[in-house]
Every structure is written in structure tokens, then in C-alpha cells.
Write a protein that binds this ligand. Structure first.
Ligand SMILES: Cc1cc2nc3c(=O)[nH]c(=O)nc-3n(C[C@H](O)[C@H](O)[C@H](O)COP(=O)(O)O)c2cc1C
Length: 342
């Protein structure tokens, strides 16, 4: 299939078979331990994303009660943006029941995780382990669809469990179930997060094998140019950068500017400090919470050798980290003001 897509298309809403649509085609890839807590508020306030995609919720022994599901989804729904709620598990009927409950609470889409490579998840037969049974994936999507008529259902996969040779059979099963969209992280489960060379070819193959289903591409999208290259070379309908958001939380916005042919600004030192400071502001957690989440962002935004990272290491509680960052932001603003007036 010849691919000739304009980057501008990534700025449009993505219409789906259920009659609804995704608000945009530049999506924040779900990340357990990252796309949570204060990150949601800080990103939403800056308009750096136009929707949210939750990390997976494991549906194991029983479908959680509606109150628990509502509690889990609340931080995402509270942003006011459309939400893709991701679930994982082994029981098709429980997953279908959970999908209905989550749709009733108000998410835009329920996404089935068949991609997680964590040893614990695989050991429990969920996530990426499901790729070994394409028929199960088909039946589960169908059960979710049947339980949620007219609602958006999607699936996130990797290119195979052991090998990408499994991809055609996986896609054939998914095509039969016809979810509203499919997300492919182009690595196999066995490849974890190691560098691979065939990623874009795998996505291109998926495009050929799923001609009528919206396809979201995932894998090593660290810059706006990476996103456009994936769209152009593979013909994906949408992109979902994940780890790139740690190094550049404005990445989705930067991809959007790039698509419009506009200049893409670099985040300044002040932008980064302000971002970290807002992240540390403990509206969502107690001030005594350890600052591990913050340190992780600081390491990828500024580097572990940066003065800021070293100073945060000395202040392991969120509140003391916040006070430090707040002071740094104030000093920086005062210096700037002085430079303007002198
Ligand atoms: C820390 C971390 C947590 C993740 N958690 C999830 C998750 O809960 N659900 C999911 O579908 N993918 C998850 N992913 C996978 C990402 O969404 C994405 O598919 C993968 O990282 C490849 O994209 P990237 O190279 O742009 O990071 C996670 C990735 C990372 C690094």
C-alpha cells in the first residue's frame, strides 16, 4: 500500500467505528508509575496533552466494585480530558464486565493490554502472555464489545511473544474482532525494551494486514521527527510516545507544532524547574511522600549529574523538595527581572 500522509493529519480527530472519535492522534503512551498522580495535573494545566491513557488495571480474582473503579479513574476524569482506561487479565468475562463498568463511569475507551512484558504479569498469564493465544484476544475483544454496545474498545499489543513471525496470526485474530483501534508497540515481549532494527517494518506490515482498522504506532518516539517518520513510513493513523515524555514532557505539543510546520522550542532550564516544582506540589499526596517520582523525572529532564538532581537527593521528602524547587524558581525569576531592568 503506498503511504502518502500529511503530518497535518496527525492533528485531526480520529473517527472510530463506534461513531465516536479520539480527540487527537498524538496520544500519551500509558506508563505505570509515570502517567499518574501530579503528572496528570501538571501536563493538563499546560495543555501538553489532549487526552489521557491510564496504565493497566489488573482484573484478577473479581471485577472491582464500581466505587473502586471510580476511585481509580477519578484522577484521569478530573482532568476534564477524554480518558482511555486500560485493563488487563485472563478472564474474558471479567474483562468484559470491567469494560462495561468503566464505560458506565465515563471513560471514552476501554483498552485491553496484551503487551506488558513484566515477569509477574506474564507469570499470571496476562499482558504480553495473551499474545500466545490470538484466539483468546479475539474472543475477549468480542466479549468486551458485546457488553459495551456503541462504546469504544481497543487493544494494545506487541509484535509477538517470542518472535515477530507471530504477528500475522495475532493481527488476523484481532481483525476478526474488529476493535475500534489497535496499538502496536513494535517490539516482541522477549525483546523487552532492547534496541531493535525492524520496528518500523513490523508496523508497516501491521498497516498492510489491518487495512481498515485505525492503527496507533508505539516504539522509540523520542522526537517530533521520530513521530513523523513513523507516520510517513508505516502509515499509522496515530502515535503514542511514552518514555520520550520523561525527557521532554512537552513532546506531544512539540510534535503538534512540528506537524504545523512551526518552530519547535526547546524547554529552557526555567521551564524544567517550573515543571518539577509543579510536579512536587503535593496536592495529590502527603508532603511526607518520598520524592522518588520527582527524582526520576529530574534525572531524565536534567541528568543525574545536574546540580538540581544532586540537591533533590539531599531532600528525600516531597515537601522539602518542593520548597527547594520553589525557591530556585523564585530566584530565577528575580534574576531575570533584574536583568530586564538593569
Ligand atoms: C515505565 C513504563 C511503564 C509502562 N506502563 C505501561 C502500561 O501500563 N500499559 C501499556 O500499555 N504500556 C505501558 N508501557 C509501554 C509504553 O506505553 C510504550 O508502549 C513503550 O514504552 C514503547 O514506547 P516508547 O519507546 O515511546 O517508550 C510502559 C512503559 C514504561 C517505560
Amino acid at each position: 500500500m503506498p503511504v502518502s500522509l500529511s503530518p497535518i493529519q496527525l492533528l485531526q480527530a480520529l473517527p472510530l467505528a463506534s461513531g465516536q472519535s479520539l480527540p487527537c492522534r498524538i496520544l500519551p503512551g500509558p506508563m505505570h508509575g509515570v502517567t499518574e498522580g501530579s503528572f496528570l495535573r501538571v501536563m493538563t494545566e499546560r495543555c501538553w496533552t489532549r487526552c489521557w491513557w491510564t496504565p493497566f488495571l489488573r482484573i484478577s480474582t473479581a471485577v472491582p466494585r464500581p466505587a473502586r473503579l471510580r476511585n481509580w479513574l477519578k484522577p484521569y476524569l478530573d482532568t476534564g480530558l477524554p480518558v482511555i482506561a486500560q485493563i488487563m487479565g485472563c478472564s474474558s468475562s471479567k474483562l468484559a464486565a470491567a469494560a462495561k463498568a468503566l464505560h458506565d463511569i465515563g471513560c471514552l475507551c476501554v483498552d485491553l493490554n496484551c503487551s506488558c512484558p513484566s515477569a509477574t504479569v506474564i507469570g499470571n498469564g496476562g499482558g504480553g502472555a495473551c499474545l500466545q493465544e490470538p484466539g483468546w484476544i479475539r474472543d475477549t475483544i468480542m466479549a468486551m464489545r458485546e457488553n459495551c454496545p456503541g462504546k469504544v474498545i481497543s487493544v494494545k499489543i506487541r509484535a509477538g511473544f517470542d518472535s515477530s513471525a507471530e504477528l500475522p496470526a495475532i493481527l488476523a485474530a484481532i481483525r476478526e474482532a474488529a476493535p475500534d483501534f489497535v496499538t502496536l508497540h513494535y517490539r516482541c515481549v522477549s525483546e523487552m525494551y532492547r534496541p531493535i532494527t525492524q520496528g518500523l517494518q513490523r508496523l508497516k506490515l501491521a498497516r498492510e494486514l489491518l487495512p481498515e482498522l485505525p492503527l496507533v504506532g508505539s516504539g522509540d518516539l523520542f522526537t517530533a521527527a521520530d513521530a513523523i517518520q513513523m507516520q510517513q513510513q508505516c502509515g499509522v493513523d496515530a502515535v503514542a510516545p511514552a518514555r520520550g515524555l520523561l525527557a521532554n514532557p512537552a513532546l506531544l505539543q512539540h510534535i503538534s507544532l512540528y506537524c504545523q510546520g512551526k518552530e519547535v522550542p526547546q524547554l529552557t532550564e526555567q521551564d524544567k524547574l517550573r515543571f518539577l516544582c509543579d510536579l512536587a506540589e503535593s496536592k495529590e499526596s502527603s508532603p511526607n511522600t518520598p520524592n522518588g517520582f520527582l527524582l526520576r523525572f529530574c534525572a531524565s529532564l536534567m541528568g543525574q549529574t545536574s546540580n538540581t538532581f544532586q540537591e533533590l537527593l539531599k531532600r528525600p521528602k516531597l515537601l522539602e523538595s518542593y520548597n527547594y524547587l520553589q525557591q530556585r524558581c523564585q530566584d530565577m525569576a528575580a534574576n531575570q527581572q533584574q536583568r530586564i531592568t538593569s
